[in-house]
Structure formats: C-alpha cells, structure tokens
Design a protein around this ligand. Structure first.
Ligand code: 26W
Length: 832
C-alpha cells in the first residue's frame, strides 16, 4: 500500500486549501472571492504542480547520480489528454483535493472540465506513447520521451448541418501558461538544414552553410502511480537562431526581415493530421519538406541531448549501448540512425565500422502498420537538398550493407531480392525506404500484436528475416494504462473492484492480473447487481454529456454500441453504418407486435478523418444524415438511434468507454495492427464485436471466445478474395442481396441526395478492397447473436465481469516491462 511519507508537499486538506489560495493570490494575482472555475482550476493545478516538481527534480537527480542505463522513447506524437485528474490519482491526492476545492466553494468535476486536452497526436500510435510513459514512471523505469511541442495539436472537428467535417485549428496553448510543463530555456541545441557536405580524406565530412535553427526544450512531468518516480517527456520547440535580420528591417524590407524567423518557428507549429497516409502521397511539395524538417529537427535535438547526457558520465563511446537504448516509434524518427552515425563519425571521429556497431546496438524499431500507403518513403532529391550529409551516410550504408551483409553471397544471382531489399527504391524520383533503413540500422524490430508481428515477418520485412534470421524480429503486444482507462475514467468500477478483491487499488492497478480474483463473483447475484448498476450510471453520465453538449436526449434503457477511432476505410465505419441502415430497414418492415420484442439500441460513432481523405469524410456525411432520418422516425426511434459525436478526443473517450455494452473493432482481417481501444472497452466490461484481427485475437484468447462476437473472413483469405474482386467480379446484388438493398436505398435518396454518396458506394460496388460485401452477412449475423445474448441479462453481466477479470495481460505495465527486459536491458531505479 502507498505510504503517506512518500509524498512531498500537500498531504492533507488544510495544506491543500492553503496552497490553492496562495496560488490564487500570488501566481494568478487574483482574489479568492471572485474566482471563476477556470481560475480555481489554474490555482489547483499550480498547487499539484508544486508536488510534481519536487518529485520530478528528485527523480532526475537520482537518475543522474545513479547513472543507470536509460531508454528513450522517440515519438512524433504523444496523445496525453488531460493531466490534472491523472496527476491527482497517481499522487494519491484526489480525495484531499476534492475536499479542499469543495471547502473553497467549487465542484471538482467542474474544475476538471476546465483543462484542455493536450492532443499532440492522431490516434493509436500517439496514445500508446502516452500509456507507455505512464507505465514507465509507474514501474520506476528510467525512461524519457522525446517529441515536438506543436503550437497546434490535432485539428478540432466541427460537423456542418449537411454532415460535412470542418477543421479548425487547436490552439491548445492559447489559454496562457501550461502548468504541466517546465520551459527549459537553458537547454537548447542548434539544428542545421540544407548547406553542403564535403567529404574529407579521413572518412569524416564537413557539413556547413544552410539554415540553422534553435531547438528549445520544454519538459512535461510524468508522475508514476503511487511512487515518487516522476519521469520526463521532453518536447522541442523551434526558434530562430537570431531574432530577425536587422539589415533588411532597416532597409524597409520587413517581409525579408522576419522571413527566416518565421520559417524557423514554422517547424513545430502544427501536428500533421495524417494517420496511415504518408506525406508523399497526400501533401504539397512544401508541406512534404516541412514534415521532413520536423522529423530531422526533432531527432537531431533529441540525439544531441542524449549524447550530451552520455558524455557527462565520462565513459568511452564503445559503452554507449550499455547506457542508452533508443526506441523508434514507427519510422518517423528513422533519421536517428544516420544522425547518430554523423555524430559518431564527424564529431567524435569514430571509424565507420565501430560507429555502425554502436548504432545497431542502441536503436530499436517498432512497426505499427503494414498498410502499404503508410510506409514512409522520402524522395532522394529532397533528402539531398535538405540533409546532404545524411544522404551521403545512407548511400554509404547501402554500399556497406550489400558488401558486408553479402546478400549477394547468400542468394547468388537473386537480383529481384536485391532490388526489393534496397534502401533506395528506383523510380522518378528515387526514394529512400524508411522502414528498410529502420530495419537494418537497429538491434530489434517488433510488431504490436501477435498477428501483426507475423505479418511484418512474412510480408513487408520478409526478405530481411530470411537474410538476418528470425531472432531480430519479435512481438510486443500493445497495452493500455489501467490508471487512466479504469481508475480515472470509471471510478465506481475501480472502487467496486478494490472492495471485492479486498486489496487497495495501489496494488491491483500495478498488478492487473489480480483482476482474475473477480471471476468467482460472476456467480454472485448481489455483485452482478452492483456491476450492472455501475454500467447503468456510466450510461447516464454519457447521456448527460450528450445532452449538455449537443442538446440531444439519449435513451439510457437501450444497449450502447460504440465505434470510436480514426475514420479510415480499413477500419470499416462504413460497414457499421450500412449495418445500422439494414437494421432500420428491417425494423420498418416489422409489425408493431414484432417490434415489441426488439431490444432498443443506441449506436455511437466518433472519430476524425484526415482533412484530405475524401472517402472517409463521405462516410461521416452518411453517418450524420442517416442518423438524422433514423432518429426522427416515430416508428423506430424507441428502438434505434444513431449519434455521431463531433471532435473525438481522449477526454471524450473517457466518458464513452465505461458506458458501452458492446464496441466494434471490425477492420478487414490483417489490416489493424493491434488496436488499443478494444482493450479499453473490455477492461471496462464492454463486450467486443470484431473481426479476427490485431489484438482482438489475443483478447478473445484471454477472455474466452464465448465472451466475444467474432465474424468475417480470416487474414489468409483476404488476398485471394481481393484477387477475385479484381479479376472475377460478381455484382453486389448476387454476392450479398441484403447489402445491395441498403446501397440502393442510399442511392435512391433515403438520406438526402443519393448522388453525393456514389463515390463511397462505388468503392464497395467496384473493387471492394476492404471486403465489405464479403463480410456483410456474417457481420449482421454477429449482431443478431449480440441481440440474442442480451436477452439473458444475467448471463450478459457474467460475460461482462469475466471479460474485465481476464484483461490483466493488456496492462501497458506488462508491455513496457517486456521492452525493458527483452530489448532495452534496463532496470527499475526507485526514488526513495
Ligand atoms: C506518415 C503517416 C503516418 C502517420 C502515422 C503513417 C502511420 C502512422 C501510424 C503508424 C498509424 C498508427 O497510429 N498505427 C496504429 O498504431 C497503434 C499502436 O500500435 C495500433 O494499435 C493500431 O492498430 C495502428 O493502426
């Protein structure tokens, strides 16, 4: 159990109130008597921050003193969400603060609502990084995150009356000071772009000229759960090296005077909103260059910082891999490989071979997707222009990898193989394949769920596995932090679990396999009643949220069916809405007597589409307009309603997830690397409807196949089916009449001008790359099974309890410990 003495400043209610009032008067320079919720939140946040800073300082000093091996998690995205509640819970101070702010005349829930989400990420990859930071700190591991401090996070999503997604900037820092970060104006590095690289006879090169910008550090404190350990997330902001050009200014050329400072500041101004589509296919030439600039700016600053910290230990560079592990979160930070080579060769004067040994023993690479359009490639001419020295190094890697690795020797005459494996893809222009660079320049490659890791080994990196052997390629199944995704978002369930297991949450939240202890209680009617009552109150909480934010009334007696994730064809929100329309048409045909037997259902959607992703935006439009018609139909509206909740975010997920009876994870088999919201729903006792894909498979193994609703074709069938669709197409009317009817209704204008949806419907009628026609019937079948199962309420609740009880494996603590032990070789360093 967490000990009182491990805390620093505000341990009791009276010191909490004192500290808050103090911050109101000093930090905010305001009076307590006319304070609004925002002011109260700010003061309370500053008060918690005092605690965090002390712990953070102590942790960093402790790490420096002990000089253990450290791991660095390089991620272009950290989707942190709100911090206040999480910090209070991790510090064990929630009750004191709740009481304290009540005493001061405020309501804790209102204060929590004041905080803006830190939304510096797109979706799964960014949220995973945030969960891993929480687990690293909670497991007392010396891990730092490195990312970018974007001025604008993921765009805010508005939905027009016609159902169109509109994007607005997210100026998340505009509200004034951010209490959760510490500006480190003293920690800064110069980063160079463009210029020329001249090879010297000794193997080094001289890279000079071009543009130099400054990277300035902002440190975000990451408290562990019930521990003093408070880790660091270092985010870089770009600044011009010199203010602006005074000569031009004096000559009256104002535009030119601020040009360079604008271009420096632009680097960290905005998060790219593309998820699964690379810059090269989706954005302009200038946009591409800026994205590559972001990637280099961030890896260069992070590596300079890591190298500086290593040098302070005073060890020779040959020991670098004994002190440093660098994890690449997808290929976005792959430039870390040539950049570390550049530092070692050009600055530290280490010979090529030794430098390569150091790099390949330090760097690790996680792949998060096998979708071809998401694999990063950078045009060689752009690389040569922006990063001339790195392009030289990449060419050197190419020639040395071919020689030393002797691909030729192992597979004589296999020219196709050489071309497939090359770092450089032929074409106009030639392009650098970042996944190949990441794969050969590192010690271990992993995927994020068993199936996905198999696919990585047998598809995109097959040649490398055949060449380098299996042992370098492995799996770490993703996880989620139970602190945010159970204790924080579902406090009543958390309390019931502690009461039932008769252990303090400080124990089971860090040892999630203990949830197994709930299994016998599935047979306990009294426990089931409490379990169901909590689900019901969570539904009401969501209904209240929808009512206050959108002014819509939600039927809380219905089954809640939720699909929330980025909009993408492969995730098949389209399948879901077509299924909803099918259900609607079926209800319409029923007699009143038949309808009486139907269990009411409310379907929730939320998610953002990439701004340039036309088909995904059309899907949103179809959902919104179908919802409008269906929800207004007096024949059916007691039995079926649909909501598209705009501006999906971490905070919205925290309200949606605990309320679900079922959630949908219905990607075409073999496309969703893992999925992580599937884990969040199941941890909160929602049942899973899904395809045999990603982590769904391992969830089903853990909770029992009778507690999930699986449907659809399996991964090995997908390729053949696509081939058939391509070369032997069968009309939808023949293949799947039920679906054809739904498509006809949409085309016929049931949900407004049918012509609008033709491009979307044609993706199904024509190639049907994501196999909606192939899976539709079994999908509808699975939803009928859900209806059947729901009729037996007691049995349903048992399923719900058993699901939660068996989710221990999916704690991100388990995942991060796998990385720490099998990859990084780092150990916990407890701050006492
Ligand atoms: C370069 C454009 C781009 C941007 C982001 C390409 C690819 C990405 C990410 C790798 C996409 C992503 O978020 N992948 C998701 O990662 C999660 C965490 O591992 C998985 O759970 C999801 O299945 C996977 O889609």
């Amino acid at each position: 159990v967490w000990k009182e003495g491990s805390r620093s400043v505000n341990t009791d209610v009276s010191s909490v109130t004192k500290s808050i009032v103090n911050h109101v008067q000093t930090s905010l320079a305001r009076q307590a008597y006319n304070l609004d919720n925002l002011g109260a939140y700010q003061a309370a946040a500053l008060s918690v921050r005092d605690d965090l800073i002390l712990n953070w300082n102590e942790t960093q000093m402790h790490y420096t003193r002990k000089a253990p091996k450290r791991a660095y998690y390089l991620s272009l995205e950290f989707l942190m969400g709100r911090t206040f509640d999480n910090a209070l819970l991790n510090l064990g101070l929630k009750d004191q603060y709740r009481e304290g702010v009540t005493k001061l005349g405020f309501n804790m829930e209102d204060l929590l609502e004041q905080e803006r989400d830190a939304a510096l990420g797109n979706g799964g990859l960014g949220r995973l990084a945030a969960c891993y930071l929480d687990s690293s700190a909670s497991q007392e591991l010396p891990v730092w995150g490195y990312g970018l401090r974007y001025q604008y996070g993921i765009f805010q999503q508005l939905i027009s009356p016609e159902g169109q997604q509109l994007e607005q900037p997210d100026p998340w820092l505009a509200g004034g000071e951010n209490p959760w970060e510490l500006p480190r104006l003293d920690v800064s590095y110069e980063v160079r772009f463009y210029g020329t690289a001249e090879r010297l006879p000794d193997g080094r090169a001289l890279w000079q000229g071009g543009q130099e910008v400054l990277a300035v550090a902002y440190d975000v404190m990451v408290p562990g759960c019930y521990t003093k350990n408070t880790n660091n997330l270092r985010l870089w902001e770009s600044k011009p090296k010199r203010g602006f050009d005074l000569n031009s200014f004096n000559a009256g050329d104002y535009e030119h005077a601020v040009e360079s400072s604008n271009s420096a500041a632009a680097i960290t101004s905005v998060l790219y909103p593309n998820d699964h589509t690379c810059a090269q296919s989706s954005i302009s030439t200038l946009g591409k260059e800026l994205r590559l600039k972001q990637q280099y700016f961030w890896t260069a600053a992070s590596l300079a910082d890591i190298v500086r910290r290593f040098k302070n230990i005073g060890k020779p560079f040959s020991e670098f891999p004994d002190y440093v592990a660098i994890q690449l979160n997808d290929t976005h930070p792959t430039l870390a490989i040539p950049e570390l080579m550049r530092i070692l060769i050009d600055e530290e004067e280490i010979p090529w071979g030794k430098a390569w040994d150091i790099v390949t023993n330090t760097v690790f690479y996680t792949n998060h997707t096998v979708l071809p359009e998401a694999l990063e490639k950078w045009p060689v001419p752009l690389m040569e222009h922006l990063l001339p020295r790195h392009m030289q190094i990449i060419y050197d890697i190419v020639s040395r990898y071919d020689q030393t690795s002797a691909v030729e020797k192992k597979f004589p005459g296999d020219r196709d193989r050489l071309a497939r494996m090359s770092l450089i893809e032929e074409g106009f222009p030639k392009q650098v394949r970042m996944a190949h660079l990441a794969c050969i320049g590192n010690r271990k490659v992993n995927g994020v769920a068993e199936l996905h890791s198999d696919l990585v080994r047998t598809t995109i990196l097959k040649d490398f596995v055949e060449f380098e052997g299996q042992s370098k390629f492995s799996n770490v199944t993703n996880g989620i932090t139970p602190r945010r995704w159970l204790d924080q978002c579902n406090p009543e369930l958390s309390a019931l679990i502690s009461k039932t297991l008769k252990v303090d949450k400080s124990v089971w939240l860090k040892d999630l396999d203990r949830l197994k202890g709930l299994l016998p209680y599935a047979e306990d009617a009294e426990f089931r009643k409490e379990w169901a009552a909590i689900k019901q109150r969570n539904k009401e909480r969501l209904a209240h949220h929808v009512e206050t934010t959108l002014g819509l009334t939600v039927n809380t007696n219905a089954m809640f069916d939720v699909q929330i994730k980025r909009l993408h064809e492969y995730k098949r929100q389209t399948l879901n809405i077509l299924g909803v329309i099918h259900r609607y048409l079926t209800l319409k045909q029923m007699s009143a007597a038949e309808r009486k037997k139907v269990n009411p259902r409310v379907v929730f959607f939320a998610g953002k589409a990439a701004p340039g992703y036309y088909i995904a935006k059309l899907t949103i439009r179809l959902i919104v307009n179908a919802a409008r018609i269906i929800n207004a139909d007096p024949d059916t509206r007691n039995l079926l309603t649909v909501y598209f909740l705009p501006d999906y975010s971490v905070s919205l997920a925290e309200v949606l997830i605990p309320s679900s009876d079922i959630s949908q994870h219905i990607s075409t088999a073999g496309t969703e690397a893992s999925g992580t919201s599937n884990m969040k729903f199941c941890l909160n006792g929602g049942l899973l409807v899904g395809t045999v894909d990603g982590a769904n498979i391992e969830i089903a193994e853990a909770v029992g196949e009778n507690n999930v609703f699986f449907f659809g074709h399996l991964t090995p069938a997908v390729e053949d089916l696509r081939y058939q669709h391509m070369y032997h197409p069968v009309p939808v009317e023949e293949k799947c009449p039920a679906l054809a009817k739904v498509l006809d209704k949409i085309s016929g204008g049931m949900f407004g001008d049918g012509g609008v949806y033709e491009p979307l419907l044609n993706t199904i009628r024509q190639n049907d790359y994501y196999l909606i026609t192939e899976d539709f019937d079994s999908y509808i079948g699975a939803l009928e099974m859900v209806d059947q199962a729901y009729l037996d309420k007691e049995e349903w609740i048992k399923k719900s309890i058993r699901t939660t009880a068996n989710m221990g494996k999916f704690s991100s603590d388990r995942a991060i410990l796998e990385y720490a032990e099998s990859f990084w070789s780092i150990e916990p360093v407890k701050v006492t």
